[in-house]
Design a protein around this ligand. Structure first.
Ligand code: UN1
Length: 500
């Protein structure tokens, strides 16, 4: 059923938003099950409500993307860029209100929520200017009178599948480049963050995006699976768990459909013997506990060289334990809840199991709250020291949990950074040039930070991991062009020389 556009809240008000899908330019109620979007800090509080998308919405969205593609692909770069610039302006104007909604539906702090909406705006602004940069390459020809041009062309309707943890920034860094390069989009976000998805879709509509160029269908995994395999889709970009990412890769492989996945991480910070310990503690705490540890780039392992280990670990535990945990919309709170009670329970069980194993020492957190936070999906910042290899060392938990190990030497500390099947990001705390150059040459990650936390991503530089953290081309910056365009190599020659 077609309905009116979503209503805007005034900042600070706590209304229950009505969820809508954007299907081929029309705001639509879904034909699926009821979807109740709750606040993980207070699960009884409903943030938004509506119905999931059904097959009919999905099919109509893909048809809309197929129909809109030729017109959008033929729209000049600057005209497409103008719409992206306007989208950024709408995002900036709504950052206070939408950032608060983000904190309420996902659980990250208000400052992080508002910051994330602004970051989405920044991403749109970057890709808005893509038409001002070179759009192809020219090669020398071995034959006289000929040149060889590499022309980048849009790929068609792209399926965008996004996770809960950055409800607006991750969609922005997939949708903005997809649109900038002339593709159309059908987007399925995580069902735990439908409100922010709807807000980004609203921003695109308000900016004047033509009907069908981007559609939003909020649905569970089955809708995601159908979207990935839909005959109208030409490529799939996914960020989420390793398990689901592999299924997406498998399905795309069977169809020979290009796919890009951004998956798990178990990112290490190595604190070497000469490290500025105050800086290292600051950055490790930020990397581990911002967004309640729910970032694929979060710091979840710390390796500290024995010479400074006692002092570093003591300071780390003191700082982690002093973080204020509570309602993320309270400006004094430093860490909010996890995304759901189920997520909290899974992390708690993994920590309890690890703490019970030989050689492990629980240094901070580890227990659920029994005070007025017991109802919410809260967990305290948790630090566990391990004597050696352990599940807690290997498996991504996606929560506020740091595993610490000691290394005899700086060299061993750097080697332990690579002791993971994942390779998204790493941090090394040192001013020792030999250690830095060794890290740059040997640490197998997509993103390496020297003296800063493992998380963070600027819109103009490549983002993505190595090993099992990612599959396919990198995202963001000019790297995005590899996935969101296809190239044609053109051999260009006049039929005969100019005669007069
Ligand atoms: C960041 O580190 O600020 O899912 C962004 C994730 C990543 C994004 C990280 N794709 O956490």
């Amino acid at each position: 059923m077609t309905v009116s556009a979503p209503e805007q809240p005034a900042p600070g008000t706590r209304t229950v938003a009505a969820l809508r899908h954007l299907v081929a330019g029309t705001w639509t109620d879904g034909g699926g099950e009821e979807l109740v979007d709750t606040n993980p800090a207070r699960p009884a509080e409903v943030v938004a409500r509506g119905r999931l998308a059904g097959d009919a919405e999905l099919d109509a969205a893909v048809q809309g993307a197929v129909a809109a593609f030729p017109g959008w692909a033929a729209t000049p770069f600057p005209a497409r860029g103008e719409i992206l610039t306007r989208t950024a302006a709408v995002l900036d104007a709504n950052a206070p209100a939408w950032g608060e909604e983000l904190a309420r539906e996902e659980g990250k702090t208000l400052a992080e929520g508002v910051g994330e909406v602004r970051r989405a705006a920044e991403i749109f602004r970057f890709f808005a200017t893509e038409g001002l940069r070179p759009v192809g390459e020219i090669y020398a020809s071995p034959r006289p009178g000929e040149q060889i041009q590499l022309v980048h062309r849009p790929v068609g309707p792209v399926a965008v599948i996004t996770p809960f943890n950055f409800p607006i920034a991750i969609p922005a860094w997939k949708i903005a480049p997809a649109l900038a390069y002339g593709n159309t989009v059908v987007w399925k976000p995580a069902t735990s963050v439908p409100l922010l998805a709807m807000r980004l879709a609203e921003a695109l509509v308000e900016a004047g995006l033509p009907d069908g160029v981007a559609s939003l269908v909020i649905g569970e995994g089955a809708i995601g699976g159908r979207l990935v395999e839909h005959p109208g889709i030409s490529r799939v970009t996914f960020t989420g768990s390793t398990e689901v990412g592999r299924r997406v890769i498998e399905r795309c492989g069977a169809l020979a459909r290009p796919v890009q996945t951004e998956m798990g991480g178990k990112n290490a910070a190595a604190v070497l013997s000469d490290a500025d310990l105050e800086l290292a503690v600051d950055q490790v705490v930020a990397g581990a506990f911002r967004s309640t540890g729910q970032k694929c780039t979060a710091t979840s392992r710390v390796i500290v060289t024995e010479a400074v280990a006692d002092e570093f670990v003591a300071r780390l535990v003191a700082r982690a334990s002093a973080l204020t945990v509570g309602d993320p919309t309270d400006a004094s709170v430093q860490m909010g809840p996890l995304v759901s009670g189920a997520a909290r329970d899974g992390v708690l069980a993994a920590v309890a199991a690890a703490a019970g194993r030989t050689g492990a020492r629980l240094l901070a957190g580890g227990d659920a709250y029994t005070d007025d936070r017991a109802e919410g999906a809260f967990l305290p910042p948790t630090v566990v020291e391990l004597a050696g290899d352990d599940e807690l060392w290997r498996e991504e938990l996606f929560g506020p949990v740091l595993a610490v190990r000691r290394a005899a030497t700086d060299k061993e500390a750097l080697q332990l950074v690579n002791d993971s099947v994942f390779g998204l990001s790493a941090a090394v705390f040192t001013d020792n040039l030999q250690a830095v150059t060794t890290a740059m040459e040997t640490v197998d990650v997509g993103i390496l930070h020297i003296n800063s936390e493992t998380a963070g991503a600027d819109p103009h530089v490549p983002f993505g991991g190595s090993k099992e953290s990612g599959f396919g081309p990198k995202e963001q910056g000019r790297a995005a062009r590899e996935f969101f365009t296809t190239t044609t190599t053109v051999y260009l020659k006049a039929s005969r020389p100019l005669e007069r």
